[in-house]
Ligand binder design. Structure first.
Ligand code: HSE
Length: 342
């Protein structure tokens, strides 16, 4: 695909990370629209100047202060369109859907994705709502329209999970995946144990660093890890699992005292998400587990995540890497775009 036209729906931390990467790597794409319900909406068929868009975002200004240069589009810059109008009116090749995650309804992202797929656009998203609730349906819609629906950033931010499985485990049966799937809670547990921080201070810092969800309850009560377990179950194990099928417990009841006592016994708490196939059933869960220090997962610190794939031909393969963050998740959208245009 020559110079693909890309639109961004939602442009918070992840969107800004993506734009910084595109600028830094001098990627040959045309950014034709950005629509964010808080930051404003602009589109120009001739392509927006990414530096100018980033300047507005970094200075906390509305995107609608954007002006095209004198040789651009001859006054055809549109402002103020909502996400659906932007998707319907702009002739993009690729939509990057980066609105906030609503794990309960999957909206408004699911509607945006359906609209884009029906119009023959490829879609990449880091939004866990649609991927957890409607992956199989959306993938079918993408196949019917002969376009791609890629979700690399939904699990372990840009650390390869789905690309790894698709490319490098081709021909293997994956029977189980298990690991640390939430950066915020891993950061909190690490800081509580290693620095003696309070739970609240660690959570506040995780929010400042851009790891936590808009509503951090999703992190600390395990719902974010739950969404990821559901996605892994359906995408890698071929399941049709719903969030309500999976028992889920977060870390909010773990005290500094619990962590200290565990450390005295050479143990460490980690929030573990797992899913495995048993015959026709999928058995999945999210819960805090006290692991012995000999377990390699105890060495995964801060916002890092880790995942062990159990396969028939390779045995266990474990990856560790970023699980959250602006550039790290921006990269997941970037790599999906590269995979679409290759
Ligand atoms: N809030 C999530 C986390 C972001 O902390 O892991 C990445 O999905």
């Amino acid at each position: 695909m020559k110079k693909p036209k890309v639109m961004l729906i939602g442009c918070g931390t992840v969107g800004q990370g993506l734009l910084e990467i595109i600028q830094k790597k001098k990627t040959d794409i045309s950014l034709i629209a950005v629509s964010d319900f808080k930051k404003g909406s602009i589109n120009c068929a001739d392509g927006l100047d990414i530096s100018k868009v980033l300047d507005l975002l970094n200075n906390g200004k509305s995107l609608e202060e954007y002006e095209c240069g004198p040789k651009c589009c001859n006054g055809a810059l549109h402002k103020g369109w909502d996400a659906l109008k932007t998707i319907r009116e702009c002739d993009a090749d690729i939509m990057a859907e980066m609105t906030f995650t609503d794990i309960k309804t999957g909206q408004p992202a699911t509607q945006h994705i359906e609209e884009a797929l029906k119009r023959g656009m490829h879609v990449t998203t880091s939004n866990k709502g649609p991927a957890a609730l409607y992956y199989n349906k959306l993938k079918r819609l993408a196949d019917e329209n002969d376009v791609k629906f890629l979700i690399e950033g939904t699990v372990m931010s840009g650390t390869p999970v789905f690309n790894l499985a698709r490319e490098c485990f081709a021909g293997c049966d994956i029977t189980e995946v298990k690991g640390i799937l939430n950066g915020t809670t891993n950061y909190i547990l690490t800081k509580m144990e290693q620095e003696g921080w309070s739970y609240q201070d660690a959570l506040k810092k995780a929010q400042e660093l851009g790891y936590a969800e808009a509503d951090p309850t999703a992190d600390v009560e395990g719902f974010d890890a739950l969404a990821k377990v559901v996605i892994l179950s359906n995408v890698l194990l071929g399941g049709n699992v719903k969030p309500d099928d999976v028992p889920c417990e977060g870390i909010s009841k773990i005290t500094l005292e619990d962590i200290k006592t565990a450390a005295e016994d050479d143990m460490r708490y980690k929030l573990i998400g797992s899913t495995r196939r048993e015959g026709d059933s999928i058995i999945a869960s999210v819960k805090p587990v006290k692991l012995p220090m000999t377990d390699p997962l105890t060495g995964v610190n801060g916002a890092n995540n880790a995942l062990t794939f159990t396969t028939d031909l390779l045995g266990d393969v474990t990856i560790q890497g970023a699980g959250a963050g602006k550039i790290e998740t921006g990269f997941s959208i970037f790599v999906d775009i590269l995979n679409i245009i290759r």
